[in-house]
Design a protein around this ligand. Structure first.
Ligand code: COI
Length: 366
């Protein structure tokens, strides 16, 4: 990777959260509720490119009410984590994959591409300023969740790509994403709503995809479920993903099946890592279109052993029941107990926390 052109110098004027308060937060961080002392920022303008990079005190942006993002949603984001290893060092998992995906997302949303080395530098600079916020090794599965994002900050109401864009990285200490921890979640098949369509922004990590998943998720909650699973928008027959996580089906014959990337599914970093780990764990990975009927039939016949969802924030979450308007199936029996999901989860976490070899070279020291 080439030398970054941005250096994100540290503005030391912050008033940090007192040590005792920070320790209390780190003891039980939950997800996405509290933020560290600093944030990394940079500005892009059409005439000057990237500039005004800094790590400055965490705090509100001053945003013009006409900023294009508030009207047309021109925004992309990323999610990755910093992990503390037993020797005190701090690492992140495949950050270059996040940098590259952010560039792809930016292209789709007509935003400027931040060079991967500058993305990495922003993450490094923020984690170095806020290192005390990275939970101690051995404190359960806690980490520092990093959220890089970029939005159209130009005040202009015409519909065209913004000529001024703000990039930022914030950090939030994180424990389990779901309050139930590893309790299997129940999914609702959303048929009224699709998350994304052909030619749309489904493969980009942009706020609009998450906003469009919320009505389906609400429908799921109203029907006693935790999350919604979205089907393809054209036929409503094939599984795509949850609002913010990819899905895997585990068959008793050892097949590990996940929806192929059709252009309307997010290319998850955890998803692609699981596909790489699968063969090492004796599983046969398959990426293909999966009819929702196949899930129902395989659950009924007993061929389906497990289903799990995955993403950076929640890592791997077992799925129990599948419900829809007029029916439900539950493939779980006491005998299966999410063995495969939990062993892949442990394998990933062991690599991330430095407890296992990293044969794929996935970890980067920050
Ligand atoms: C992540 O898993 O990092 C995401 O961005 C998804 C979001 C639901 C937290």
């Amino acid at each position: 990777m080439t030398t970054p052109s941005l250096s994100f110098p540290l503005d030391r004027t912050t008033t940090p959260v007192p040590d005792a308060d920070r320790e209390q937060i780190l003891a039980n961080p939950g997800f996405g509720k509290t933020f560290t002392d600093h944030m990394a920022v940079a500005t892009w303008t059409a005439d000057a490119g990237w500039h005004d990079d800094a790590v400055r005190p965490y705090g509100p942006f001053q945003l013009d009410p006409a900023a294009a993002v508030l009207h047309y949603g021109q925004e992309v984001f990323e999610g990755l984590k910093a992990f503390r290893h037993a020797d005190g060092s701090v690492w992140s998992f495949r950050p270059e994959a996040n940098a590259e995906r952010m560039q792809r997302s930016a292209r789709r949303l007509a935003l400027p591409e931040l060079p991967a080395e500058d993305f990495l530098e922003s993450v490094r600079a923020l984690v170095s300023a806020d290192e005390v916020w990275v939970p101690a090794a051995g404190s359960g599965e806690t980490s520092l969740y990093l959220r890089p994002f970029m939005f159209a900050s130009e005040p202009f109401l015409g519909v065209r790509p913004a000529r001024e864009v703000t990039y930022a990285v914030i950090a939030s200490p994180a424990g389990a994403y779901f309050s139930g921890g590893l309790e299997p979640v129940t999914l609702w098949i959303s048929t009224d709503y699709a998350r994304a369509g052909a030619g749309g922004t489904g493969a980009a990590k942009c706020g609009g995809n998450y906003a469009s998943s919320l009505a389906g998720q609400l429908e799921g909650i109203e029907n006693g479920c935790d999350q919604a699973v979205f089907l393809d928008s054209e036929t409503h027959e094939y599984i795509e993903e949850l609002g913010g996580m990819n899905l895997f089906l585990v068959y008793r014959d050892g097949r590990l099946v996940t929806p192929e990337l059709t252009g309307s599914i997010l290319e998850g970093v955890t998803r692609s890592s699981i596909l790489r780990l699968a063969t090492e764990l004796g599983l046969t990975p398959e990426e293909r279109r999966i009819p929702i009927q196949e899930w129902k039939d395989a659950a009924e016949s007993g061929e389906l052993a497990e289903v799990f969802a995955c993403g950076t924030a929640a890592v791997i979450t077992p799925v129990g029941e599948l419900r829809w308007n007029g029916g439900s199936v539950n493939h779980r029996t006491a005998a299966t107990d999410d063995k495969v999901a939990l062993s892949i989860r442990n394998q990933l976490l062991d690599i991330q926390y430095g407890r296992a070899e990293d044969p794929h070279g996935w970890m980067t020291r920050l």
